[in-house]
Design a protein around this ligand. Structure first.
Ligand SMILES: Cc1cc2nc3c(=O)[nH]c(=O)nc-3n(C[C@H](O)[C@H](O)[C@H](O)COP(=O)(O)O)c2cc1C
Length: 244
């Protein structure tokens, strides 16, 4: 019995040290995650800077009620990703509409808008997410002041295979998004990732060996920019932004 006391005490002491360390570094980890997201939001809009907080302070973070398609004022600490898995703050997406395989959509979304001194929109960033091959890809899509031309795309979290679906992070592929158009003349989402090289303003270059991931990318663009996502608010954003 005596022989067991020392290893037992050592085990308990180690467990306590590991737990205390894990808890004490958590705030810093959360801060790093937040900072990383801010860097990606800025990168989607074509901004690379060391002064992340300073640049971020120029952005209006606004909240979209997907039910009314109006901007609403809520607690700035609101986290739309957490809300999406909370049954009280999200809605089940009917299967037929769930082209991005999300299952639930938050009732209130978050978007990031740059405005000039007259409150005119200069550009914006929309969070997007959807299933690829191995899991959900989380990212941001940025649009120009016409709310139709793409400025950039960035993913901050995904499980796709490096060298295949993971090429969504390749700067060459991302650069093909710049200047592409989302909506065609009848207002429907026309942008998608093609197979092979793109040849129109509504096409993005395919990624070879990664058709399943890129189908997921096309589907999440269609969902989030469409009628069940940001589509309706985008059409009213100039008027809505003046109210807040
Ligand atoms: C180990 C492994 C990992 C793969 N990872 C991906 C991936 O991340 N994304 C993807 O679309 N396809 C991936 N694939 C390939 C798909 O199974 C499929 O063949 C491919 O998407 C078809 O694309 P293609 O039409 O461009 O060849 C992977 C295949 C293997 C064997």
């Amino acid at each position: 019995m005596n022989k067991l006391i020392i290893p037992l005490v050592a085990c308990i002491a180690c467990a306590i040290i590991v737990s205390v360390t894990a808890v004490s570094v958590r705030p810093e980890q959360n801060l790093n995650i937040e900072n990383e997201k801010k860097i990606k939001i800025l990168a989607a809009a074509g901004i690379e800077t060391d002064k992340v907080d300073e640049e971020f302070s120029r952005i209006k973070t606004v909240f979209v009620d997907f039910e009314t398609d109006k901007l609403v004022t809520i607690d700035p600490a609101y986290d739309h990703i957490k809300a999406a898995s909370n049954p009280n703050l999200s809605t089940v997406i009917p299967k037929a509409d769930d082209i991005a395989v999300l299952k639930r959509r938050e009732n209130i979304g978050t978007i990031y808008v740059w405005v000039d001194e007259k409150n005119a929109i200069e550009k914006l960033v929309l969070p997007i997410r959807g299933y690829g091959l191995w899991g959900t890809l989380y990212g941001y899509l940025s649009l120009d002041s016409d709310l139709n031309t793409v400025r950039g795309i960035e993913y901050y979290d995904h499980k796709e295979t490096p060298g295949l679906g993971g090429e969504v992070d390749n700067p060459n592929w991302k650069s093909d998004w710049y200047g592409k158009r989302i909506y065609n003349d009848d207002g429907s989402v026309a942008l998608y990732v093609t197979k092979g090289a793109s040849s129109t303003d509504y096409e993005i270059d395919g990624i070879s060996g990664a058709t399943l991931t890129t189908n997921g990318v096309s589907n999440m663009i269609k969902y989030w920019l469409g009628d069940n996502g940001y589509g309706p608010i985008i059409k009213n954003l100039n008027e809505e932004i003046e109210k807040i």
